[in-house]
Write a protein that binds this ligand. Structure first.
Ligand code: FAD
Length: 432
């Protein structure tokens, strides 16, 4: 009996454990090392930050679900992975040994790279549930004392969808509170143009998002490098094509929320052969680490190069659907290795995204991620908000019930008329 350990119980790690269990049954053991016993649905955090959701509505107690599915939970968290010894050192000093390890540790948030940045200093965050909950009193204070606002994503960020979502959700919440007329809003982004999204745009995301910004009276600055965040302003250098500073902006802001750059978590960072210089896990086309072939990785922790050169560095987003494809491929490949066969499942890494704007939204599908693409589609409308709420319900249901079946995504793809899109994985044989 092999011991398969998943490190991290976020979106990728939890469905990884379920899918491994579905595939391997009781023939092998599956364990998860997490920080605490709670799963939290990260995409709902922008709603939490304006009080549209509370903690109980977007979190799941994993203990009873794991017990039912016979998945061992180690909630102590990992201090360090020791790949040469095939073990994880936990924060309480104990160790968990593995035959196969799937790393799904998500991002560490690099707020410390910019002066005054982050929830411990002068800005809000929606990246973690605790940050989003802490941002709610700041939103209430903004409603009591309206003033200028900056929302966006800094240099090196990769997760642009939530920055746009939060700008429009905040805008809607301020309208509902009848104070929007006293809140000038500026969207500040490292992207070279609005709607680039780290993907060089998808369909007409540039046109759609610029138009939404104009309609909602949100000004924007692109190619932005944030130099400093203070309690009442954000200092931004706008960078030209040649790397020179074109203009320095001092933007008044009494409420700032910007998505930070990500890096790998401390438990894995700096392990020769396992990670790149920013601590992201190196993986081949099978999600397998070349130096330690018993280690796979899924989700935001995976190293993916940027789609192209931009005046200010931007990363590639790793979205839920793409993560699901990494998970399914990894489960198939580990199952094959356990049968003495070589891995053959390759995730498609298609990007399918619903960006909610509170009462409408923008949706896009990119296959493959890097242009030119076979599917390059975007659309907007009130239906996106409805679909996003449905996705939230579905994901939380999936986490609570311990199932790995991605049927809603398949339904959504069919509804969008792209049901023939290769949804999750392909194999070497199919590619030949
Ligand atoms: P996470 O869900 O962050 O999970 C990582 C887990 O690893 C966490 O539970 C963490 O505690 C744990 N961990 C870390 N270090 C350790 C350690 N040392 N020991 C034990 N456990 C550890 N994508 C979409 O497709 N649609 C969306 O609408 C969407 N919205 C987003 C909104 C926001 C605000 C953000 C930040 C991202 C969003 N994404 C969205 C992108 C992506 O889907 C999410 O970030 C998703 O949660 C990533 O899953 P993950 O498993 O890689 O990381």
């Amino acid at each position: 009996m092999a011991q398969i350990v998943v490190l991290g119980a976020g979106l990728g790690g939890t469905i990884m454990a379920y899918e491994l269990k579905d595939r391997l049954g009781e023939a092998h053991s599956v364990a998860v090392v997490s920080r605490g016993k709670e799963y939290s649905f990260v995409p709902s955090n922008p709603w939490v930050a304006v009080g549209w959701r509370d903690r109980g509505e977007v979190t799941v107690d994993l203990e009873p679900v794991f017990r039912k599915r016979n998945i061992t939970l180690h909630p102590e968290g990992a201090r360090r992975v020791h790949p040469a010894e095939r073990r994880i050192e936990l924060n309480d000093g104990q160790s968990v040994a593995y035959d196969y390890l799937v790393i799904a540790t998500g991002p560490e948030l690099a707020f410390d790279e910019i002066e005054g940045f982050g929830p411990a200093r002068n800005s809000q965050s929606v990246c973690f549930i605790d940050h989003a909950l802490a941002a709610k009193p700041a939103f209430d204070a903004l409603v009591r004392n309206p003033g200028p606002v900056v929302v966006g994503a800094v240099q090196g960020a990769s997760c642009f969808g939530p920055a746009y979502e939060f700008a429009f959700i905040l805008e809607k919440a301020l309208r509902d509170a009848r104070v929007r007329d006293r809140v000038p809003m500026t969207f500040v982004t490292s992207e070279p143009y609005i709607g680039h999204l780290g993907l060089d745009g998808v369909g007409d995301t540039k046109g759609l998002l610029e138009s939404e910004m104009r309609e909602h009276h949100i000004k924007w600055i692109c190619n932005a490098r944030v130099d400093k965040v203070e309690a009442d302003k954000v200092v931004v250098s706008e960078i030209a094509e040649d790397g020179a500073v074109r203009q320095v902006h001092e933007i008044a802001s009494v409420y700032t929320m910007m998505i930070p750059a990500f890096r790998g978590v401390e438990a894995v960072r700096g392990i020769e052969g396992l990670t790149n210089p920013r601590g992201f896990i190196l993986a081949d086309k099978y999600q397998r680490n070349p130096a330690f072939p018993e280690i796979f990785s899924v989700g935001v922790c995976v190293a993916i190069p940027p789609v192209g050169k931009t005046p200010v560095p931007v990363g590639v987003p790793k979205t839920g659907f793409m993560i699901e494809s990494m998970v399914t491929a990894t489960a198939q490949n580990i199952a094959r290795l356990l049968e003495g066969k070589a891995p053959n499942a390759i995730p498609t890494w298609n990007a399918v995204c619903l960006a909610d704007f509170g009462d409408s939204g923008v949706a896009f599908v990119a296959q493959p991620q890097i242009p030119p693409r076979n599917v390059n589609w975007s659309s907007s409308g009130k239906w996106v908000h409805t679909a996003k709420v449905a996705f939230e319900k579905y994901f939380l249901h999936k986490m609570k019930s311990g199932t790995s079946e991605p049927y809603y995504e398949k339904l959504a793809l069919q509804a969008l008329g792209i049901g023939k899109l290769k949804a999750v994985v392909t194999t070497d044989a199919e590619l030949e």
